[in-house]
Design a protein around this ligand. Structure first.
Ligand SMILES: Nc1nc(=O)c2c([nH]1)NC[C@@H]1CN(c3ccc(C(=O)N[C@@H](CCC(=O)O)C(=O)O)cc3)CN21
Ligand SMILES: CC(C)C(=O)C(=O)O
Ligand SMILES: [Mg+2]
Length: 278
């Protein structure tokens, strides 16, 4: 099967919607790749849905690389994007380049994603000039939760909406090949989508974006600490896992498992020599 590239992604704008899901491990990446998803995002949501932190702030560069490697091994067709974690692209451009290089070289991913608008455009230009494809991310920025004070919808005022449009335009100019729009009114997402030349990938940003992304664990019903309004649950894995585990526990207790079918039998002559007299 043909591999997804930044060109494939750019060319879908205005033609075909782009599907994006998060992945943090090999088996999930393999299943989602087989299902035909365009992009696998190794999101720093990892920290919340897999590592049990209450925000994405504690996630480190080595966490992202560790999980990024596993996802790349499971992806044969999908385009793999790795989130640059908290503070890994703010100290200096030189430091950012080193961190992005480490992600690209150690994981084999095709791209990185950075949260922010106009204020990080110099950084994004440096990365794209060095041959690293960058996905932008504006609107709700979870890495700024301590500054913003929670996860709430962005771009609600005239000024905030104008700022987000300027951010999107600046990101395109800086060389980003796509932009995630997180938690903004659908009318604003539509306006941004119409006014830039690169695809927008929405999460809580309505149907007019060029593509959609969801946290896989939310979409499969595997994370229930909170469920944002923008999530649709396609299965309830939480329940089927618990049901399977309960059955196993019960069958271990009652000796209904394992049966002979799951057991290995010794040759009869060996058995007799060993235990025949007893
Ligand atoms: N499991 C999970 N899913 C996500 O989508 C996600 C993460 N984790 N971690 C990183 C960020 C944080 N995100 C979040 C988290 C909570 C809300 C939330 O509860 N939002 C309210 C809206 C509040 C308002 O009206 O302003 C909601 O009801 O959807 C939204 C996005 C999105 N990302
Ligand atoms: C929700 C997506 C866009 C993300 O950044 C993440 O999963 O970390
Ligand atoms: Mg993220």
């Amino acid at each position: 099967m043909k591999k997804v590239t930044t060109a494939t992604i750019r060319n879908k704008k205005g033609k075909e919607k782009i599907s994006v899901l998060t992945a943090y491990d090999y088996p999930t990446a393999k299943i989602l790749d087989e299902a035909g998803v365009d992009i696998l995002l190794v999101g720093d949501s990892l920290g919340m849905v897999v590592l049990g932190y209450d925000s994405t702030v504690p996630v480190t560069l080595s966490d992202m690389i560790h999980h990024g490697k596993a996802v790349v091994r499971g992806a044969s067709r999908a385009f793999v994007v790795v989130d640059m974690p908290f503070m890994s692209y703010h100290i200096s451009i030189a430091d950012t380049m080193k961190n992005a290089a480490e992600i690209m070289q150690k994981t084999g991913a095709a791209s990185v994603k950075l949260e922010g608008g106009v204020e990080i455009c110099d950084t994004i230009s440096a990365l794209t000039n060095a041959g690293i494809p960058v996905m932008g991310h504006i609107g709700l920025l979870p890495q700024s939760v301590n500054q913003v004070g929670g996860y709430s919808i962005q771009g609600k005022t005239v000024d905030a909406a104008n700022k987000l449009l300027q951010d999107a335009i600046a990101l395109e100019q800086a060389g980003a090949y796509a932009i995630v729009l997180e938690c903004i009114p659908y009318q604003l997402a539509k306006a941004i989508t119409e006014q830039i030349g690169i695809p927008t990938i929405g999460i809580g940003a309505g149907v007019h974006c060029d593509g959609q992304v969801l946290v896989t664990n939310d979409m499969l019903g595997l994370y229930d600490n909170f469920t944002p309004k923008f999530v649709r649950q396609y299965t309830k894995l939480h329940e089927s896992i618990k049901e399977g585990a309960k059955q196993y526990i019960e069958e271990v207790r009652t000796e209904a498992f394992p049966t002979m079918e799951h057991s290995f039998e010794m040759k009869n002559d060996v058995y007799l020599k060993l235990y025949g007299g007893k």
